[in-house]
Write a protein that binds this ligand. Structure first.
Ligand code: SF4
Ligand code: SF4
Length: 270
């Protein structure tokens, strides 16, 4: 593995990373790749663990500041470091919406196994990880690209399927509860009742909470996830946020109104 990568990732608390040839990854958005001003040859894929403790009425990931901020910072920092040695190289970082299947790339890199809940599961951090990737035109051999390996699977205990509130993991429900909390407009009384039952104003972690691999997840060493953490949302907290403060939350993209509506639904229950 390339020494710059090892040193850089060590300095930002990232233990699980890998390099693949672009051609070994499954491309899922050709248009996005064609919009780049270079032809990607290598993909640096890395896991960013985010478990910083429990959360009360929102998904654990959303208790911290918006993870896109730290994924971007890490990718940009790596690009800067590589540019010192490869000044003519090009780079672009992603964390969601990449031209490649990011989960697939992390799996064939051996960074975790595939859970029946659709998530990658890392041996130390469980499924509480985000996947980031940096595409570059540096030759894969220079970066120490590995050969992809077939992904391993979880042991199919079925707990995530049994616990799924809407049944979508069992092929029954129409929508994921997480998506329900993110939907604008009116919700049905059944959807509101599910949010109240599972006490969620944003997201759903049920298929992760019950997974045996998540029994004792290691706390993230990435300090970003402990900053301005809000493990329990209230209407007062949301209403008291400035525009800038709100814009830095993981749920900001959906707008204040939706989060406030969700908290009002929970308040009706109380
Ligand atoms: S997030 Fe919740 S509703 Fe969605 S699949 Fe997992 S358990 Fe089911
Ligand atoms: S809960 Fe069981 S079936 Fe679901 S991802 Fe975890 S190990 Fe696999």
């Amino acid at each position: 593995m390339n020494g710059i990568l090892r040193e850089y990732f060590g300095s930002v608390g990232i233990e699980y990373f890998s390099v693949l040839k672009y051609s070994d990854c499954r491309e899922i958005n050709e248009r996005l790749r064609l919009s780049l001003d270079f032809e990607p040859k290598s993909v640096v894929v890395f896991l960013v663990p985010y478990y910083a403790g429990e959360a009360v009425n929102l998904s654990r990931y959303a208790a911290s500041l918006d993870y896109h901020i730290i994924l971007r910072e890490i990718a940009e920092g790596l690009a800067e470091r590589l540019k010192e040695k490869h000044p003519t190289a090009h780079f672009v970082g992603y964390g969601d919406h990449s031209p490649i299947d990011e989960v697939g790339a992390a799996l064939i890199s051996g960074l975790g196994i595939r859970g029946d809940n659709g998530l990658i599961i890392n041996p130390e951090y469980g499924s509480y990880v985000f996947i980031g990737d940096l595409l570059t035109d540096i030759d894969p051999e220079i970066l120490g690209a590995i050969s992809p390996a077939p992904p391993a699977r979880c042991y199919h205990c079925g707990a995530c399927k049994r616990a799924c509130p809407t049944g979508i993991l069992r092929g029954e429900g129409a929508d994921c509860l997480s998506a329900v909390t993110q939907r604008k407009g009116d919700l049905t009384s059944e959807e509101k009742a599910l949010m109240q039952k599972y006490n969620t104003a944003w997201g759903c972690d049920m298929c992760q909470s019950v997974c045996p691999y998540n029994k004792a997840p290691k706390l993230t060493p990435v300090s970003f996830f402990y900053r301005e953490r809000i493990p329990e949302l209230t209407l007062d907290i949301i209403k008291g946020m400035t525009r800038v403060e709100f814009s830095r939350r993981a749920f900001a993209w959906r707008g204040r109104k939706t989060v406030e509506r969700n908290l009002e639904i929970l308040a009706e229950n109380n």
